[in-house]
Design a protein around this ligand. Structure first.
Ligand code: SF4
Ligand code: ZN
Ligand code: ZN
Length: 354
């Protein structure tokens, strides 16, 4: 017996939606997938007309689907957004260099201007060099702290109002679990927010907050999107790995576990008596920080202190500090309208180190 799609009741069902268990045809799957993201954007008032939005693009499935769907929804519903791709080059040979090639193809496919910001330019260290120095234990701490700041700095260079990231529902549920396991109250409160605005930071939001990873993979696969699926060669993040495995096990028994955990995270309230860190700015680089120095400056100082002489390329040691946050504005002329990737023009590729 042919089972028909439960939405249109006409076509043959081709997909069982991981999120709801509904059996639907491909066209209806695309439609509900895209419409749920549109509803998330509208319900949470993520954008205003004429906003300039940077899509954090790594070449992976999440950000590739994000770029595809953002472009499609922007046209379908006339959001009126001016969009860019913003990529971070952590300097991981055999991984990021290959995935950036995918981003450059996406840039052509989606006709969006692309800006690439590298750790080497910004911090004087690539992840390859950091791993040589610190090994494979804490490398993701360095990488995560540096990436967060690099994205903000890239956004300032592009002069955008907003960064969207491809964090999906599984990522957020995982983070809720990890913050509970670590007792990290400050992060637990923030990690389920769909949109964050730190002092002096660019607005950042997650249009895939309620989108299941499995559906993103299905969408990318059926639509034959061009994405990069290799894992980072320095990926030892065992703690997150355990949270992920636990979540996937729960999902098998009860698919709504992912959304349930997000809702639980949203419902947590921190008692008034609990002291939360107050936000200020880093006295060295001007980036937001709850301490005198931001995490990136502390990590960088540690790296530079333990640095054997002349390790990281041409950058003299005493200049290997992060440029001041407020002074890295780059004029709008830093990308051109012909949608060429910025890095094609070497003269435009340098971060204004102010
Ligand atoms: Fe960076 Fe770790 Fe992610 Fe690799 S796995 S990109 S080192 S955070
Ligand atoms: Zn259908
Ligand atoms: Zn700093």
């Amino acid at each position: 017996m042919v089972r028909h799609c439960v939405i249109c009741n006409k076509e043959r069902a081709a997909v069982k939606r991981p999120k709801t268990g509904q059996k639907v045809c491909r066209e209806c799957f695309y439609y509900v997938f895209e419409t749920e993201i549109h509803n998330t954007i509208i319900d949470n008032k993520l954008f205003k007309k004429n906003d300039k939005v940077a899509i954090a693009a790594s070449g992976g499935k999440d950000s590739t689907v994000l770029a595809h769907v953002m472009k499609l929804l922007n046209e379908r519903y006339q959001y009126g957004l001016e969009m860019f791709l913003l990529s971070i080059d952590e300097g991981i040979t055999g991984y990021r260099d290959d995935s950036l090639e995918t981003v450059k193809r996406n840039q052509q496919q989606y006709e969006l201007p692309l800006k690439i910001v590298s750790y080497s330019e910004l911090y004087g260290w690539s992840m390859d060099q950091i791993v040589k120095e610190v090994g494979l234990k804490n490398n993701c701490t360095f990488c995560g702290v540096f990436r967060r700041q690099a994205l903000d700095r890239g956004a300032v260079m592009l002069d955008v109002d907003h960064i969207v990231t491809g964090h999906n529902a599984d990522d957020i549920a995982e983070t809720v679990l990890m913050n509970i396991l670590r007792g990290d109250i400050a992060r637990l409160q923030r990690c389920t927010e769909i949109c964050t605005t730190g002092d002096g930071c660019v607005r950042r939001s997650k249009p895939f907050k309620y989108t299941y990873e499995k559906e993103i993979v299905m969408y990318a696969y059926f639509k034959k999107l061009d994405y990069f699926s290799t894992e980072c060669i320095y990926s030892p993040n065992a703690y997150r790995g355990h949270a992920r495995t636990f979540l996937k096990d729960l999902e098998v028994i009860r698919p709504s576990a992912i959304i349930d955990i997000i809702h639980s995270g949203e419902a947590f309230e921190v008692k008034k008596e609990v002291k939360l860190p107050t936000q200020g700015v880093c006295k060295r680089c001007g980036y937001m920080s709850s301490n005198e120095l931001c995490k990136a400056c502390v990590l960088l100082e540690g790296l530079n202190r333990g640095l054997p002489k002349k390790v990281h390329g041409d950058m003299p040691r005493d200049t290997a500090i992060i440029p001041h946050f407020n002074r890295i504005q780059v004029s709008k002329g830093n990308y051109d309208d012909s949608n060429k990737p910025i890095e094609e023009s070497k003269s435009n590729n340098k971060i204004d180190q102010g």
